[in-house]
Design a protein around this ligand. Structure first.
Ligand SMILES: [Mg+2]
Ligand SMILES: [Zn+2]
Length: 469
């Protein structure tokens, strides 16, 4: 297993080749054609390295970046942030100051490394954040909430100020919609905890409200009210414009841009904030990031191998379609497995314990290591605690793997597998065969067409997500 891999979500900026050159010899994954959070998820889920370093496609690593990264990715740490340097002139424009804010931003993914296990533990980036905004603070807060350790590292990248049109400050107001979701997910004090500056939204809303009130009063032919509200709007707008002009270069062009965008900005902020509020219910109802299972427990007959009733003959073992791919994917992801199987043929005198062991060895010859084998030798009327749908096998397998049953996923082909998983508090995926009853399929919380698809679903591999969509 390599130590680290670098994931670069890219919109195909011309700066990318230069960055790739600077990273020559590293394991690099460039992900294109997806929104930022989805691209980073697709990237880390494709990686087997211990650490995943996220870089933006427009950064330039400073000399010594790799050596500093070696030092930054220490044992005992779950995340390390690179230092971001934004070169700006003495009197930066509004846009330059905006980009320079990255220098103080906490956990910005322009250069942020996370341990892959930590990403799996929190389920990766939250794709309900559609823009390159707040999804970085969101994942960091979830990691801190989970007790993981994040630290500011020593490596440095230069983040140049990209070209932007005069209306960029208005477009950036879309972030107000993401702030609504941030507050719903992380509470009122999220800005403080994420190190985000307080922002001017309360003032923007007040100015927009005054502007709207002035317009309303004018339409209602109430000149005094219109004049009062209009004066409040004008004063607020002037203060905003000056606050943006004063620290800047004060060139005629910048002053003009600040003047007209300041008039529109409070309304843009307000509109995006309202849009965020309107979409909040839907966003909260949509599935958020889901942690990877820490172990996957697999039923045997009809799931890993073809179901031959009361089989005692290892020569008859045939893997199910997708079984080899599914196991390869789980091994690549570093997720341990176990086999959980009802073998009532033993109680019925049709199969011996050593036949079950021989079949397991044959399965491992064909499919590779499967982890611990837990099977129930009892019959349906024995009243044991291990025969599925009882949870015993699941609990025992989880214990042998050193994980909690609630962190396990169970994949099986009948309702008893699903019920055993649920009774143990594990996640269940049903992969039906011709013998699975329709009622069992209907009742299953999750269903997949084959074993490989079930694993892809558990790991939220992008192909599975695209196929489902
Ligand atoms: Mg079965
Ligand atoms: Zn039993």
């Amino acid at each position: 297993m390599s130590t680290r891999a670098i994931v670069i979500p890219s919109v195909g900026r011309p700066s990318l080749p230069r960055l790739l050159e600077a990273l020559e010899g590293e394991e690099v994954h460039v992900v294109q054609g997806l929104a930022p959070a989805a691209a980073r998820n697709a990237g880390w889920r494709a990686v087997t390295a211990e650490w995943v370093v996220f870089l933006d496609d427009d950064v330039v690593p400073e000399p010594g970046w790799r050596e500093a990264l070696d030092r930054d990715l220490r044992p005992g740490l779950d995340g390390s942030q690179g230092r971001i340097v934004v070169p700006v002139p003495d009197r930066p424009t509004d846009w330059e100051r905006n980009v320079a804010g990255l220098q103080d931003a906490r956990w910005a993914t322009a250069d942020m490394a996370y341990r892959r296990e930590a990403l799996a533990a929190v389920g990766g980036f939250d794709e309900r954040f559609p823009r390159a905004f707040r999804e970085d603070a969101d994942i960091a807060l979830r990691m801190l909430d989970a007790g993981l350790r994040l630290e500011r590292g020593t490596r440095r990248v230069v983040h140049p100020v990209g070209a932007a049109g005069p209306a960029v400050s208005l477009r950036k107001q879309a972030g107000n919609a993401d702030d609504v979701l941030m507050r719903a997910l992380h509470g009122r004090d999220w800005r403080e905890r994420a190190g985000a500056p307080p922002g001017r939204r309360p003032r923007h809303l007040a100015i927009a409200a005054a502007g709207a009130a002035a317009l309303g009063a004018a339409i209602a032919r109430r000149p005094r009210a219109a004049a009062l509200a209009g004066a409040a709007w004008a004063a607020g707008t002037a203060e905003l414009a000056w606050a943006r002009i004063a620290p800047g270069p004060r060139t005629p062009r910048e002053v003009m841009t600040m003047a007209w965008t300041s008039a529109a900005l409070p309304f843009a902020a307000c509109a995006w904030w309202l849009r965020g509020l309107a979409g909040l219910r839907g966003a909260l109802a949509a599935p958020g990031p889901r942690p990877w299972p820490k172990a996957v427990l697999l039923d045997r007959d009809g799931t890993l191998i073809e179901d031959v009733p009361y089989n005692g003959d290892a020569g008859l073992v045939e893997p199910m379609p997708g079984a080899a791919d599914a196991l390869a994917r789980l091994r690549e992801a570093g997720i341990p497995t176990a086999v959980v199987s009802n073998q009532s043929g033993i109680a019925r005198g049709l199969v011996r314990h050593r036949d079950v062991q021989a079949i397991h060895r044959r399965m491992e010859e064909l499919l590779g290591p499967l982890g611990p084998l837990e099977y129930c030798p009892h019959g349906p009327s024995d009243g044991c605690e291990c025969r599925k749908p009882a949870p015993g096998l699941i609990l025992r397998a989880a214990e042998r793997l050193g994980v909690g049953p609630e962190d396990c996923a169970v994949i099986g082909d009948i309702g008893a597998d699903v019920d055993a998983a649920c009774a143990a508090g594990a996640r269940a995926v049903l992969v039906p065969t011709a013998r699975t009853r329709a009622g069992e399929v209907a009742a299953a919380p999750e269903v997949a067409p084959d074993l490989a698809a079930a694993v892809a679903q558990l790991l939220e591999d992008p192909v599975a997500v695209l196929e489902a969509a």
